[in-house]
Design a protein around this ligand. Structure first.
Ligand code: ADP
Length: 212
């Protein structure tokens, strides 16, 4: 679950985001819709604890993020939050399996090769475990990014514009994948997008206007 209470963020004094109250229950799937510049990435970074809002309270999995020390926040993020960013940020010098092992290492949960192989199998990537990111197609690389986001069974799974560069068939496949993985972990899923194709698919929608 997550809750935002009177959250506001401004960059250099210019308002970028304002949310009065928003509660997403555990296991719910949410779509955040808004045009470019409406604050989607800002919101995603705030929920992931990457960005501290100028004002307000952010609660994820029962923890108020503002009350966690910087040293606790990294580990909290590793354990509770899976994030798929627009740029996939796979480490090119590590294999697919090593990219996932690294996510386990930084969460402090300990490495578990069995779980890594389980997730790769689930996403049809078992045969790519020893491949390097440059040896993957974009679709495969995106699935590795999803695998890395879910390997620690997150409480909250966040995706930033996961479908914007995809054709219709791959767009729906990517959503299927994110929803299936979120269900498998009983994670709350939040997808931020300006892609109107996927609007009809989600009952829970949060609309961001360009100007808060
Ligand atoms: P979206 O993801 O919906 O495109 P963003 O969250 O990236 O929106 O941006 C919201 C607003 O905040 C925009 O007006 C953008 O220009 C501004 N903004 C985003 N990041 C920064 C930053 N690091 N410094 C200054 N302004 C920023």
């Amino acid at each position: 679950m997550f809750q935002l209470r009177d959250v506001r963020h401004a960059y250099n004094g210019v308002d970028a985001l304002q949310i009065r109250d928003w509660l997403a229950e555990q296991g719910e799937h949410w779509l955040v819709l808004g045009p470019s510049g409406s604050g989607k990435t800002t919101l995603l970074h705030i929920l992931a604890g990457i960005l501290k809002p100028s004002y307000g309270e952010v609660i994820v999995a029962g923890n108020s993020l503002g009350k966690l020390k910087t040293s606790q926040l990294g580990r909290f993020r590793g354990r509770h939050i899976g994030i798929v960013l627009q740029r996939l940020h796979l480490l090119g010098s590590l294999t697919v399996a090593q990219n996932l092992l690294m996510a386990q290492f930084f969460s402090g949960l300990g490495e578990n090769l069995g779980r890594v192989h389980e997730v790769l199998e689930d996403l049809g990537l078992r045969h790519k475990a020893d491949a390097y990111p440059h040896e993957l197609s974009f679709g495969q690389a995106q699935r590795v990014a999803v695998a890395r986001a879910v390997v620690n069974r997150p409480t909250l799974l966040l995706a930033d514009e996961p479908t914007s560069n995809l054709d219709d068939a791959h767009c729906m496949q990517t959503l299927d994948l994110l929803e299936a993985q979120a269900r498998a972990c009983n994670a709350t899923l939040m997808i931020a997008t300006h892609d109107q194709r996927i609007k009809a698919r989600f009952r829970n929608q949060f609309i961001l206007d360009r100007q808060p």
